[in-house]
Design a protein around this ligand. Structure first.
Ligand code: CU
Length: 113
């Protein structure tokens, strides 16, 4: 192959790659992993149910003054604290229930899919 032939082949490959990316983004499919925030306030999780895509993250944000909370589920446990954040990435489809172990009835879930 001549140098110019290689250049042309490379250009064709780049154009093809550029054409594929917007098509995937436009379909709204598996490209973007949506992330969500859950606020800890008034001794509850807001929202109680958070939906994200596979590979997305949930960030819990403590906003309940001096009242301490935690986020505890199967395979994960945040520190018990009164401020700051806790972020988890969910790599598998499913429903993940969690609780605050300090406050009975303070429950939430993350639905990944
Ligand atoms: Cu709590």
């Amino acid at each position: 192959m001549t140098k110019s032939a290689i250049r042309i082949a490379l250009c064709v490959a780049l154009v093809a790659a550029a054409a594929i990316v917007p098509a995937q983004a436009a379909s709204g499919g598996a490209v973007a992993a949506r992330s969500r925030s859950v606020i800890l306030k008034h001794i509850a999780f807001h929202p109680r149910t958070a939906h994200i895509r596979v590979g997305g993250t949930v960030t819990w944000r403590w906003r309940d003054g001096s009242i301490v909370h935690n986020v505890v589920g199967s395979g994960f446990r945040s520190p018990t604290k009164a401020m700051g954040t806790y972020t988890l990435r969910f790599r598998a489809r499913g429903t993940y229930n969690y609780v605050c172990t300090i406050h009975p009835g303070m429950t939430g879930k993350v639905i990944v899919g």
